[in-house]
Design a protein around this ligand. Sequence first.
Ligand code: FUL
Length: 649
Amino acid sequence: MNQANSMVRFVICGIVLLMCSTVCISAQIQVPALCGPVPSENQLRWQELEYYAFIHFSLNTYTDQSWGYGNEDVNLFNPTELDCRQWARICKEAGMKAIILTVKHHCGFCLWPSKYTEYSVKNAPWRDGKGDVVREMADACKEYGLKLGIYLSPWDRNHPEYGRPEYITYFRNQLTELLTNYGPIFEVWFDGANGGTGYYGGANENRKIDRTTYYDWSNTYKLIRELQPDIVIWNDGGNRADLRWVGTEAGFIGETNWSLLNATGDVPFNMLHHGVEDGDSWVPGEVNTSIRPEWFYHPSEDTKVKTLPHLMDTYYNSIGRNATLLLNFPIMPNGLIHENDEKAALDLAKAVKEAFAVNLARQTKAEASNVRGNAEESAADNVIDSDKDTYWATDDDVTKASLTLDFGKPTTFNRFMAQEYIRLGQRVKAFTIEGLIDGNWKELAKATTVGYKRILRFPTVAATQLRFNINDAKCCPVISNIGVYNAPQILTSPTDYMPTAFDLKEMVGYTWAHLLAQAVNMTSPLLHFAGKYQDFIGNPAENLLRHLPSTWDETIVLSGSEIGKTVGFARRRGDTWFIGVLNGGEAATLPIELSFLEQGTWQAEVFGDDPGHPATFQRQSNNVRASDSLTVSMSPRGGAVIGLTKTTP
Ligand code: FUL
């Protein structure tokens, strides 16, 4: 009996224990709770597009204007070679996933034969008034597997009723045409520009509207979502929709970038640029910029198409900072994209492909300081399994944690990429990257937010391990993906592109070495030193400056260059190289690899910071080679300049 009793007790105990452990484990490995607002399915789908095109085409194309007044003659619109398939082909080859077309810009001219106005392609000579650019664009997008979006300017400088309630009906009628007749539309773009003056059916006057009430956006949004349930709506500033403007058209978003805003209230530049950490709504940023200075085609800009280093910066400062990139092509009067723009976009695609060709993280062993419930579904190696739906997560109370990737041998890399599993919210507030180099941990980069995707650039290192330290997070971190890459340095022809890396307002008190380095990085040192050269007489850098050329045979953007932080160029004239490195608001020590040198030895003259004084001569060495690196230390707002003269072949 006793024995039977204890047997029963044993079995019951076992069952209880089993139940308890099941309950305990399932409590531990519960999916992390949402951390603040989260994206909708439409926003998630949009975010994953990452890169898509803007196309600016209208009567402005024929008048060399930026904004039409609204009285331009429809007869001007007669592109002789219009081919939307060319646009789509270029976008596809450039790695873009969609195209947003300006179907009506501020001048009011419509690229489709709207039945609500005479100011459209139907009264233009093009295709005898039977043409429809939106239809041709929709067909080309379909053929090339691209999504289609529309830009419909709310401001209409042609329409007689603009500023009155009747215009809102007109605007919604046009939206209904566009969102009904051209298949799925992934994004609609409502430009906030409103200059007031215009033709307005002949009135030629200034019409002011109250932007907070006139457009009655909430009802327009309702209509849009009824017609296209999968769409995302872009609207700037105060009229909160699905996506936000980033406060600049220069091609970058804040380094700290939360995908959150508050649903109401003003949105000053800082909020557009950085989002709001504790915002109550998910409103991610889209970086819109043009491949040339302006949005519409101007022949004078054929030589001003952005260079590869410039576009690369744009890429890292948009897609690499938790935003998408909307890159504009202006269409020429003949109806095609200019060959210089095509080349620039394809060169960028090639450079991006090369930079991210091999994910070195895939071949590593991943371990984490904490794994949620010690469970497989939250384990560290989920970040390297190439499945975007699996993740590494920590226990609820852990907001500081690290994940180590072991390469097993010294491995060369200079890029780090991380993605949060944003379905559960955006969490990470601060992180660093370290490399185990010759047995010592060394900090390689430091950053704030991650979001959907964050890419960091730093000088090339050879490390056996990489450590991703999350130092602060809003809730337990949930990381879906990590990438480590060795991007090639970008070789360019002589360029006058100087990353305007530093906010001039902040650049008070920069050091002499910073000034010297600018002389190297700008096309002509005279730009900087006219009238000031006497300041450098007797300076240890005088000799170097005297020999600075004003034209160059080759320019390399040094890896690790990042707008706002540190920007370095190496420039060659004949057998001599000059390196200029400029520093932002924080001190930095940077190894500069000399791998761009050919065979032979070089004498190096290195000048760096001695704050408040002329730059200090730091080192002269007669025997550096391509396999060496030179380490420079820079003060906040500092710099360094290096001259390399060939000594032995
Ligand atoms: C601006 C407009 O005024 C420009 O012409 C251009 O369309 C750009 C995308 O948005 O606000």
